[in-house]
Design a protein around this ligand. Sequence first.
Ligand code: AHG
Ligand code: MN
Ligand code: MN
Length: 337
Amino acid sequence: MSDIGVTVTQHLLSQQQEHGGATGAFTRLLNELILSAKIISREVTKAGLVDILGFTGAKNVQDEMVQKLDEFAHDTIVRRMAQSRHLCVMGSEEDADPIEIPPQAETGDYVLLFDPLDGSSNIDANVSIGTIFSILRKQSTCLGYRMEDLLQPGYRQVAAGYFLYGSSTMMVYTTGNGVSGFTLDPSVGEFLLSHPNIRIPERGKIFSANLGYWDYWDQEVQNYFRYLQRPDDTKPVYSCRYIGSLVADFHRTLLYGGVFLYPADHKDPRKPHGKLRLLYECSPLAMVCEQAGGAASTGHGRILDVEPDELHQRVPLIIGSAEEVKLAERYFSGQPN
Ligand code: AHG
Ligand code: MN
Ligand code: MN
């Protein structure tokens, strides 16, 4: 009888043992999040069969139409994590304000920021979507929480990762000791270690960006993309791949190498800092990418060093193979190689 391999819970416990003195609160917190993702995965896989596709008719703080699955994923995570006993506050893409822990529930010393469903515009087309999460330690000493607990730079994250609801459901996470990938085995309902110690290639031949915004980009950004597409035997021939779900585009970049970019659309008043949100999209993926040997930049500085001003702050994102991010930064700051 073949053993099923290492479950994510066993992996978490072994990481906890290496983290001498960890109380197990963190492991329990992540296990609750894993259960939430299994519930979301179940709804996503049958979305085509039940009335959970399409829009709710409401708009969220991002002024975007809310998909039913967005709302389902958000509600599932909030309901479960509020009872996890280890959070003092949560922040979600789908809620304008911080989400307080109900008065009757026990609170703890961690903060959870999350994008409940990333890539929503792709749901009805059965394209891969995901959930992104970031875990921080509470900073304030008061009961309850302060905004400073949520508005922390990415280098303070204690864990970060994502769930990818694709041809299989995967979990990829880091606690600062490298990156591990797990694949859900629906027959036993467990995430099993499938990608131990993920390392992103130094270089890659895939760039991922929505070239439809070309006219909104600065000259330096356009010069960078012109270089990538220039036929020149001194450089690799790059392919362009863009799924439109950040988690799926990032996961491919992490495994194959290359670079994903969502630049600032400086000439578009709706997205002068780009579209992606710092606290629950860019920071968690930046931690995963750096832990796998890659890099993540705003184009002018490290994503993990950005000091947040507000919960839904947007930043430009360049993320992927270290050498590819460095090349993009050189172009973005006007000094091509
Ligand atoms: P979300 O569905 O959580 O709002 O995120 C969507 C994001 C991200 O997944 C993707 O990279 C980006 O939107 C695509 O934006 P464009 O359609 O502007 O390219
Ligand atoms: Mn998103
Ligand atoms: Mn989302």
